[in-house]
Design a protein around this ligand. Structure first.
Ligand code: GLP
Length: 260
């Protein structure tokens, strides 16, 4: 972005006498450049030192402006590689009536899907896991925690828990949990999903590359086999700026509850 950068910071130098605090002027110049498309999603910003010398202001001022823009989700900082214009989020429209996997949902949209492993192993179950999965305290739970990424954008953190008798080797599942369950005839056929609002904590926000405290969705899915046995208990955090959940509503049929 060197030409665009020169333009942004040179303009700032000329207007630096306008009275507003310098860090606010710099913040506005960068924001305007993003809004006008002079610099686009994924473009790298010059280093703090370069900006300071181009705009003839102190590095402390540059840092303050950049930090504000990172907090506001306009820029992202990646340790060791610098500061970039935040990727523009294309919202994913997700039906609430189909029991599909993340891999299938993204593949259907032509998005390249991958996961980063956060945890996978066998553990003593928590009280919640014992209750939902029907485990006793001497049984083990298989936990599979992943950062789910589509087209290089992290969309969700998913923490699945299954009975160890269903998934004795959590390290052996490939890219899709449902595909792995399918191979042993244990893919769920029904699920109950609960969605609630959540503000992202520091760790989750860092993984999802969004500012801490921003709105997200907490999603809990409990899935069942045809026999009625619970197979999966998954708690996820989804990016609030990435998803629209869509449900089709129908007037209930005769005799059904809720008919007006
Ligand atoms: C969705 C659900 C999870 C489920 C996952 C399986 O994202 N929210 O409850 O575990 O799909 O996805 P995959 O088969 O891609 O691992």
């Amino acid at each position: 972005m060197s030409e665009a950068a020169d333009q942004i910071f040179a303009t700032l130098k000329q207007s630096a006498q306008s009275g507003a605090p310098l860090y606010l002027q710099l913040r506005k110049s960068i924001e305007d450049a993003v809004n006008r498309g002079l610099i686009g999603p994924g473009d790298a910003l010059p280093s703090e030192r370069d900006i300071a010398s181009k705009a003839d202001i102190s590095r402390v001022t540059v840092r303050k402006a950049v930090q504000d823009l990172v907090k506001g989700g306009i820029l992202v900082q990646r340790h060791g590689s610098g500061t970039f214009v935040a990727p523009r989020m294309e919202r994913v429209e997700q039906s609430l009536s189909r029991l599909t996997s993340f891999t299938e949902d993204m593949a259907r949209r032509g998005m390249a899907v991958r996961s980063a492993w956060l945890d996978r192993g066998l553990y003593a179950p928590s009280p919640d896991e014992m209750m939902v999965l029907g485990l006793s305290s001497n049984e083990l739970v298989a936990r599979v925690a992943r950062l789910r990424i589509a087209n290089d954008t992290p969309l969700a953190i998913e923490r699945a828990a299954l009975s160890a008798s269903v998934l004795p080797d959590p390290a052996a599942i490939g890219s899709s949990l449902y595909a792995a369950l399918e191979t042993t005839g244990r893919r769920p056929v029904r699920a109950v999903q609960r969605i609630s609002a959540a503000n992202l904590g520091d760790d989750d926000a860092r993984l999802l590359e969004v500012p801490p405290g921003i709105a997200g969705l907490h999603i809990e899915r409990i899935s069942y086999l045809a026999s009625g046995k619970v197979i999966e208990f998954t708690r996820s955090i989804y990016r609030g700026d990435a998803y629209d959940f869509v449900a089709e509503l129908r007037l209930s049929g005769p005799g059904e509850e809720g008919r007006p």
